[in-house]
Ligand binder design. Structure first.
Ligand SMILES: Cc1cc2nc3c(=O)[nH]c(=O)nc-3n(C[C@H](O)[C@H](O)[C@H](O)COP(=O)(O)OP(=O)(O)OC[C@H]3O[C@@H](n4cnc5c(N)ncnc54)[C@H](O)[C@@H]3O)c2cc1C
Length: 387
């Protein structure tokens, strides 16, 4: 996204992607109202919404047999008051296709950054493994947007603060044979907490387990696990046999952390590389995009005005660390007070969820917090890079 925005503004940018395409393991498909708003500001919304997706206006959870709205997006004052579910590869392909219109935007797939090039204490580029062998790419600024296991961040030596999480998540898909309310998202009961996302012809399911508990779950056996999922969401009874082995279950080891300093001379970290988010609220993609927009808003006019690149990187951190810190703070609250409670006291409704039932106003506040986030960014740079 940052590559696209810089290319659109007439800067020369090279995006390196280690894979041959954007197809990858599932890691969330949520495009929140804040991102849809940005797509609209870029003038791309009509084309974007032509890509296949599902829409969700509310998130509901079954608590003691009753459906309770957790977050309501429908009353947000935005162009698209809903979460769109779209595979990440479709989203990334869309952004890359838009970028291709700008001569300054270059995307090189099959190109893995191996390490940083340093000269006199400054990062001046990266070593890259390509199909033709290893090459060196020099740049005025290297942006590490290489995810939660960022090799560039690791090599930079920037200090990372681990915040931690008491849980992990088991992800799986089940084919969907019956119609069910797509807004019914969370299923809470004796067996714990199950999230199901309606993806048209299948359910994307997330089952919360205690940290490190996957092996224990496996020891209890696949049938016990299947029974547990059906007890939480009885309508899965017709679909559960689609789960044939543990190989179809993908473990997300939940990490919550953030860099204390997001940059050093010549290098800026954004997205998961700067701050791995908890899956609570499914906001990681959107925060990464907000970082990209903030970085472009600061870098483009700053560079045009001849300001120093390191000073601009420091401004990006100052702009983004508050929204990231506050988001992680409420995620950690939910992890401890709701999810942690569910894991320890199976079947007992956590206090904050009871509160939610009594105060419908909270559903709107959560809709805003999840859907728009803290201090949402807007596109402030003009398109000047068209060929
Ligand atoms: C199972 C799972 C479910 C999730 N569900 C959600 C959800 O529902 N909603 C949500 O908002 N977030 C979700 N997340 C989090 C979300 O995926 C991340 O927060 C988001 O993708 C971060 O974006 P990013 O661009 O910083 O990093 P990434 O999306 O991780 O992108 C990094 C990119 O860099 C490439 N790369 C890595 N190393 C190199 C290298 N050395 N050289 C070249 N390229 C490299 C990778 O191939 C990748 O394309 C989920 C994560 C997981 C693991």
């Amino acid at each position: 996204m940052l590559g696209y925005l810089l290319g659109r503004s007439g800067l020369d940018v090279l995006v390196l992607e280690k894979h041959a395409d954007f197809l990858r393991d599932f890691r969330g498909d949520t495009i929140h109202p804040s991102t849809l708003e940005l797509v609209g500001e870029l003038g791309l919304l009509r084309d974007f919404l032509r890509c296949p997706h599902q829409r969700l206006e509310r998130l509901k959870m079954v608590i003691e047999g009753n459906a309770v709205t957790i977050a309501d997006f429908s009353r947000l004052r935005v162009t698209c008051p809903y979460v769109a579910f779209m595979p990440q590869w479709d989203f990334l392909n869309f952004v890359a296709e838009q970028g291709a219109a700008y001569p300054g935007f270059n995307l090189k797939k099959n190109s893995q950054a191996l390490g940083l090039l340093t000269r006199a204490g400054r990062i001046v580029g990266v070593r890259v493994l390509t199909a033709a062998g290893e090459i060196q790419v020099e740049a005025d600024l290297v942006v590490a947007a290489d995810g939660r296991h960022s090799i560039l961040r690791e090599q930079s030596g920037l200090p990372l603060r681990e915040i931690g999480a008491p849980l992990d998540v088991v992800w799986l898909r089940l084919k969907k044979s019956t119609h069910a309310d797509p807004e019914l998202f969370g299923h809470f009961g004796q067996g714990g907490l199950l999230i199901t996302v309606d993806r048209g012809d299948y359910w994307q399911c997330a089952y919360i387990i205690p940290k490190g508990g996957f092996e224990h779950l496996k020891v209890q056996g696949l049938n016990a696990f299947k029974g547990c999922l059906v007890s939480l969401k009885p309508s899965l009874a017709d679909d559960i046999d689609d789960l044939r082995s543990w190989d179809s279950c993908f473990l997300l080891t939940v990490a919550v952390n953030r860099l204390q300093r997001w940059w050093r001379p010549g290098l800026l970290c954004i997205g998961d590389a700067a701050h791995a988010m908890s899956p609570v609220g499914g906001v990681g993609i959107n925060l990464a995009i907000q970082d990209a927009v903030a970085a472009a808003n600061i870098l483009v006019p700053g560079l045009a005005a001849g300001q120093g690149i390191d000073h601009l990187c420091a401004r990006v951190q100052r702009r983004r660390e508050l929204p990231v810190g506050l988001t992680q703070a409420w995620q950690v609250f939910v992890q401890k007070r709701i999810l942690g409670h569910v894991l320890v006291n199976s079947g007992v409704v956590p206090g904050p969820l009871r509160f939610l039932r009594k105060l419908p106003m909270l559903q709107l506040i959560l809709g805003r917090l999840v859907g728009l986030g803290v201090r949402p960014e807007h596109i402030r740079i003009r398109e000047t890079g068209a060929g």
